[in-house]
Design a protein around this ligand. Sequence first.
Ligand code: ZN
Length: 162
Amino acid sequence: MVTTLDKEGIIEVLRSIPDPEIPVINIDELGILRDVILTGDHVEVVITPTYSGCPAMTQIESDIRAKLHEHGIDNIVVRMTYQPAWTTDWMSEEAKEKLRKYGISPPGRMHNAIVPLVVDSVVCPHCGSFQTAVVSEFGSTACKALYQCQDCKEPFDYFKSI
Ligand SMILES: [Zn+2]
């Protein structure tokens, strides 16, 4: 017995860990946290990296260890699983809404109902305009692209859909 917490309790603890790059979203909402397995002598946390080589994963692993340590759990195995590969579809709708409020356009292009012949667009998180253009395929991190709104002129990050 390594802890009095059950699996749900541990998941609840892990939900307090934010994504290092997007502090408004936790690792569960992002879809990184895949499973928690309790064995007789340790707790195994299974995570799937978002983008391969994303430096945030090292940070997330040490955050998991630190957070569980706070709850008296010291025997921790953090296992990375790459199959199936992470997809932005694992991000909850709530998480996408939080991203938008944070000023990042969530993954997935939206169909422009007003001008249906135009290809699906990245929507401006500030004013909701479909008139946006890519400035750079790499924004503040490799996971994001930099866009600018043609209407409100604000630049913003778009969380790339994969
Ligand atoms: Zn705008």
